[in-house]
Ligand binder design. Structure first.
Ligand code: ATP
Ligand code: MG
Length: 451
């Protein structure tokens, strides 16, 4: 008998043998395999679980590989030099291989199983670790190790609760995840409303997986979302920031954003943006749409995207409205512009805690728009050499593509980048003298005449 056949709870599972599924070891990270083999050789049961199995079964490249095991975190750490226990409430182990981290989690029980565990400790059921926290229901629930079937039942969606083991190369399915995968359905395990109330972020996960995989959210799983969307108010802005970024970098951000709008979840993430939806010029919306499409295209070819750019686009409609409301026009002082930009970021921070390095980046992209538009002859090279030039220029092109008439500005900057020194000098010489200066001179002359 192998380590997994000896597991309690395993009898409740359906098994797919090696020839019944398409997962091959060559598609799995060698480091994840190393972890599975080491645990297995040491007598523990170990599985790849979650997105790793789901994506492999779909023929996609998993983003990362998570491992679930019946070994305790201390036992796991004892087996790997490069392992570190993290988390206070529930310990997980990070095993580092260069830049790749394999996350190893000990089977956890769902809250309903908590009492059963307390009453009948089986081979590897171990009570909560942090006794200071175990008296509160919510925390205790998360804090208890369990059997593999309990571990499956506390996961969110059936397609995320599939396990793969190198012990017989089997896929193990406790909740009909394989059939939902075939039918392209996101289905909550257990009662959807109860599971959303336990953790409202699961609503965001539902729309993310639906967008990312092109799956339908099963009717009972989808139904409570609009009604429960407001539960997101209880989630910390830091976690909402993480989830927002995951949503917008899932590779199908246009669809994810649409789903967020349709379900009402967006009102708790993109609040300032959606509030100006009806009032703002459609071209600013179009910019956001194009930015999301552009993000998806970049990710598809393995390019990086920065949250600074995403938030610059997301809040662009809000910035435009606030600029209008302030009564200032294009000629407003850099300080006024800076203050309005700060206020717009501050509005968003109430919902998603954008780390400073990104919010500063968003503001720089906005400020770069002004500098790219002004084309102050003497400052052209310093604009060009600014670390945010590239992002600012990309943003400028999107604005034009979205329908803003910037009188060929994008082309001018494209030519400038492509030109040699002579061509660059020609381009600089072709710029009309700065409007600001001329205006100032004219103004002082006319005011002189009046006196
Ligand atoms: P991704 O491709 O985005 O990594 P994933 O399914 O692997 O998708 P993770 O956030 O990496 O998602 O989580 C790993 C697994 O942990 C999930 O597949 C799911 O089984 C479980 N999980 C994560 N978050 C939750 C949650 N909020 N509630 C229940 N189970 C969760
Ligand atoms: Mg994952």
């Amino acid at each position: 008998m192998t380590a997994i056949d000896d597991l309690s709870g395993i009898d409740k599972a359906a098994f797919l043998s090696r020839d019944q599924h398409c997962i091959s070891r060559k598609h799995i990270s060698p480091n994840a395999l190393k972890v599975l083999y080491r645990l297995s050789e040491s007598g523990f049961a170990a599985f790849i679980v979650g997105g790793g199995v789901r994506d492999l079964l779909l023929g996609k490249h998993p983003k990362d590989f998570d491992v679930a095991t019946d070994a305790t975190p201390e036992e796991v750490r004892g087996l790997f030099k490069n392992a570190r226990i993290i988390g206070r409430r529930f310990k997980i182990v990070h095993i580092r291989f260069g830049r790749e981290i394999i996350e190893v989690t000990t089977f956890r029980a769902h809250h309903q199983a908590t009492n059963e565990i307390a009453q009948s400790a089986t081979r590897r059921q171990i009570q909560g670790l942090d006794s200071a926290h175990t008296s509160e229901g919510m925390i205790l629930r998360d804090n208890v190790y369990g059997n593999i079937d309990e571990d499956a039942m506390r996961r969110d969606f059936t397609v995320n609760a599939l396990y793969y083991t190198v012990d017989g190369f089997r896929v193990i399915d406790f909740c009909n995840g394989c059939s939902d995968l075939d039918n392209r359905l996101i289905r909550m395990i257990g009662d959807p409303e109860e599971r959303y109330r336990e953790d409202p972020v699961r609503m965001l996960r539902a729309i993310r997986f639906s967008a990312k995989l092109g799956f339908t959210i099963e009717a009972k799983t989808a139904a409570p979302i609009p009604r429960l969307a407001e539960l997101l108010e209880s989630i910390s802005p830091a976690r909402l920031f993480d989830e927002t970024i995951k949503l917008l970098t899932c590779g199908h951000s246009e669809r994810a954003f649409e789903l967020a709008q349709e379900t009402g979840l967006g009102a708790y993430l993109f609040t300032p943006t959606l509030e100006v939806f009806d009032t703002v010029d459609p071209k600013y919306w179009q910019l956001l749409k194009l930015a999301l499409r552009n993000t998806d295209e970049r990710l598809a070819i393995g390019k990086s995207v920065t949250p600074a750019f995403l938030f610059a686009a997301l809040l662009w409609p809000v910035l435009q409205i606030r600029l209008q409301q302030s009564g200032s026009d294009d000629a407003q002082s850099p300080q006024t512009f800076h203050n309005i930009a700060n206020d717009v970021i501050a509005e968003q921070l109430e919902f998603t805690a954008i780390p400073k390095r990104f919010s500063i980046g968003s503001k720089e992209i906005w400020e770069m728009q002004r500098r790219l538009e002004r084309r102050n002859r003497r400052a052209i090279h310093s604009v060009y050499n600014h670390p945010r030039f590239r992002a600012g220029y990309d943003f400028l092109l999107l604005r034009e593509e979205a329908g803003e008439d910037l009188q060929g500005l994008g082309q001018w900057w494209t030519d400038f980048q492509n030109g040699d020194t002579n061509r660059q000098n020609e381009l600089i010489a072709s710029i009309a003298p700065s409007g600001k200066r001329r205006r100032r001179r004219r103004r002082s002359k006319s005011s002189g005449n009046k006196q």
